[in-house]
Design a protein around this ligand. Structure first.
Ligand SMILES: [Zn+2]
Length: 126
């Protein structure tokens, strides 16, 4: 079936390939399931109802057997136009929120900077 990862990213087209390439360069992953929202880091951090996102993650994890989750925030996000420091806080909060559901999974928070390069914000091991 191949090694899976789950990527919770913004819907912004500018960040898709940089993040997918980074994941494939840094982890032995065959397929990346991608779940998107406009400003995913803000949604996961601030919205009470994330049922639909959790449903998608559950399919990725339970059916596709993904073992690692990535939460992404990025520079110049129009769906979540806050300062970088706030993005980083939201990414941390989102990672810990998801860790509450998937404690046995590695969850990595990523920041895509103004050069469209990927930085690790934090890494919660399985
Ligand atoms: Zn965005």
């Amino acid at each position: 079936m191949g090694v899976r990862a789950t990527c919770l990213n913004c819907m912004d087209g500018r960040v898709q390939l940089p993040v997918l390439h980074w994941i494939k360069e840094n982890y032995r992953v065959d397929f990346v399931d991608v779940i998107t929202e406009a400003g995913m880091d803000g949604v996961l951090s601030n919205q009470d109802n994330i049922t639909e996102i959790l449903r998608s993650i559950a399919i990725s994890v339970d059916v596709n057997k993904s073992t690692r989750l990535f939460v992404v925030g990025h520079y110049d996000c129009r769906g979540n136009s806050v300062e970088e420091s706030v993005h980083r806080q939201q990414i941390r909060h989102a990672v810990s929120r998801l860790k509450g559901y998937w404690s046995g999974h590695e969850i990595v928070g990523l920041w895509v900077n103004k050069s469209w390069a990927v930085e690790v914000v934090l890494q919660e091991l399985a």
